[in-house]
Design a protein around this ligand. Structure first.
Ligand SMILES: Cc1cc2nc3c(=O)[nH]c(=O)nc-3n(C[C@H](O)[C@H](O)[C@H](O)COP(=O)(O)O)c2cc1C
Length: 222
């Protein structure tokens, strides 16, 4: 796939076919993604790839924890927006589009809870990738670098016909992730990515999120 097209076509995929992704393909995606730039070539990223029965057990416990109402305990910087801001407006606009596509009325608490759980199940993807960093680094310091490798993973996946959803929902209970994967306490879980073959019969996978035209965001100094 041509580069400009890949960047334009990438979108969040929130349902996957029950078809495994060969380990060699995952390896190639990560190997390519690691060409991302980083400050002074520090490469402050590590990947934990979870598949198969380990992933089934992980998602079952994450959903159980969510249903129990347990407090979430994220160790990464969780995004949040002032209520009256344009950022919150954009978030609401996206949620409306997704819920319309999925026929989830605002007042339908059962359907909304079901939707929320999908993220904690890694959207039933056959692969979950978590990007971790070293806790000896300042919390915000490696985030630009990790953002670059994260987007590279999504674009490289696309070139294999695979879909992705970047999600922090997958690591909102880091203690559960640690229990199933053995990641040591010295590593900070920064973001997760669901990966797999997109299920294009799932309406939300056709939602194209809006963008403010770059021209409205650009100051030309000439
Ligand atoms: C840091 C970050 C965290 C995200 N967390 C979630 C998440 O927990 N659940 C989810 O469904 N999507 C999540 N997303 C996906 C965004 O909602 C999505 O990228 C955005 O709406 C733009 O849509 P697009 O990816 O289809 O272009 C996250 C994206 C980023 C960059």
């Amino acid at each position: 796939m041509e580069l400009m097209e890949a960047v334009r076509e990438r979108r969040s995929i929130r349902a996957f076919l029950p078809k495994p992704v060969p380990k060699d393909v995952i390896r190639q995606i990560l190997e390519t993604a690691c060409r991302a730039p980083s400050a002074m070539n520090s490469q402050p990223w590590e990947f934990i790839v979870v598949t198969g029965q380990k992933l089934e057990a992980l998602r079952a416990e994450l959903v159980e924890k969510l249903r129990s109402g347990a407090a979430m305990n994220p160790e990464h910087l969780v995004v949040g927006w002032p209520r009256e801001s344009v950022y919150a407006e954009r978030q609401i606009a996206l949620a409306k589009r997704l819920f319309r596509a999925m026929d989830i009325p605002r007042e339908d608490k059962v359907k909304r809870a079901g939707w929320l759980e999908r993220g904690f199940r890694f959207f039933d993807a056959p692969v979950a990738i978590v990007i971790a960093t070293d806790k000896i680094l300042k919390e915000s310091a490696p985030l630009l670098d990790i953002g670059a490798v994260m987007e590279n993973i999504c674009l490289a996946a696309l070139s294999f016909g695979l879909g992705t959803c970047i999600e922090d929902q997958g690591i909102l209970y880091p203690e559960v992730f640690r229990k199933h994967t053995g990641v040591p306490d010295g590593k900070r879980l920064v973001i997760s990515i669901a990966l797999g073959h997109p299920d294009m019969d799932f309406p939300a996978n056709h939602v194209r999120s809006e963008r403010v035209p770059a021209e409205n965001l650009t100051t030309w100094v000439e």
